[in-house]
Design a protein around this ligand. Structure first.
Ligand SMILES: [Zn+2]
Length: 337
């Protein structure tokens, strides 16, 4: 995935940020909502405000002081950002594990978990005196990537935080967090912005075909921006079902296997909708041109895709994998109803 610098705070999170800064009750905040709407950017804006050295109570960070500059440069001594290795590059924040031991092998896949060593480091960090005298902030994203041992490591510090320590955790899977973690945090629920706001924001990012990209990303604007960063444009997306039905998977070549699988699952989902006479969700109706495929063939295609997705960490030969996935797609989409 190409590196995407953390965006400025998306406009739909200005109000939630104001609420959080105005009504702060504890030392820990938990942001909960779907991925792809800018949770990390909100967590970062909250951290920056907590560390800012020139702001009124309840206002966001000033953006001009030395502390704000250090956050932007990702070198603030009182901010510790914990991300799984697999997300560091994508979020443009690759320094969180700089002190972690070198990976056993450079060929090892980046971990999807936030490891217990990182949490131990966070506990120690929270107990140190603030270097700039304002606060110590630990940001954990996404919190559900802590396993039970990691989460337990954090628990006591979350319960009785040292004087200047503050925590912001974000999650897209609040039900999978330990209840003891949840109960120690002030919860802020987050929802995707209205479609029109999301569309305008995507346009302001210089992306054409914003409506098509938003649908492709299930109405999650930052996910739509990331799809565009992968090289997806609105025309290629619109044509994708017809091309797959003709056995042409070139639009997906070079994509990481998990993204290919996710995309094919969307095609399959919508082909099933069309087959039963329902409106598609990720594509416009014109992408299927009224062509219905066999419900049985589509259902078993869906099952095959789910099976493949469970093994997406398998060291596939990506080229061969794509070839066989496209052949499967063609069989299902081309089947007679
Ligand atoms: Zn500032």
């Amino acid at each position: 995935m190409s590196a995407v610098a953390p965006a400025a705070l998306p406009p739909w999170f200005e109000a939630p940020l104001g609420e959080l800064l105005g009504a702060q009750r504890g030392h820990a905040v938990l942001l909960a909502g779907p991925a792809g709407i800018g949770q990390f950017e909100l967590a970062l804006a909250l951290s920056q405000a907590w560390l800012c050295e020139d702001r009124e109570a309840a206002s966001p960070a000033c953006g001009r002081c030395a502390s704000c500059a250090l956050v932007r440069a990702r070198t603030h001594p009182d901010l510790l950002v914990l991300l799984p290795e697999a997300l560091q590059e994508a979020l443009g924040w690759a320094t969180a594990d700089a002190e972690a031991p070198a990976k056993a092998s450079s060929k090892a896949k980046p971990s999807k978990e936030i490891k217990v060593e990182a949490l131990r480091r966070a506990v120690e960090f929270a107990q140190q005196t603030s270097a700039r005298g304002v606060a110590k902030v630990v940001l954990v994203h996404p919190a559900e990537r802590m396993n039970a041992i990691s989460a337990n490591t954090l628990l006591k510090t979350l319960e009785e935080p040292p004087g200047q320590a503050r925590f912001v955790l974000s999650t897209e899977a609040i039900e999978s967090l330990l209840p003891t973690i949840r109960s120690r945090c002030q919860l802020q629920r987050l929802a995707p912005p209205p479609a029109e706001v999301a569309r305008q924001w995507l346009q302001s990012q210089g992306l054409a075909g914003a409506e098509v990209l938003l649908a492709a990303a299930g109405q999650l604007p930052l996910a739509a921006r990331d799809l565009a960063a992968q090289g997806l444009d609105a025309n290629r997306w619109r044509d994708l079902p017809a091309r797959l039905a003709a056995g042409d998977g070139s639009a997906l070549s070079g994509w990481p296997v998990p993204l290919v699988l996710e995309t094919l699952q969307k095609v399959c989902h919508d082909a099933l909708c069309v087959a039963v006479g329902a409106p598609p969700r990720y594509f416009g109706a014109e992408s299927f041109a009224g062509r219905k495929a066999s419900l049985d063939a589509l259902t078993s295609w869906g099952a095959e895709l789910r099976r493949a997705a469970r093994h997406e960490e398998h060291p596939w030969n990506a080229g061969l994998m794509l070839e066989s996935l496209v052949a499967q797609a063609k069989r299902a989409l081309h089947s007679a109803p």
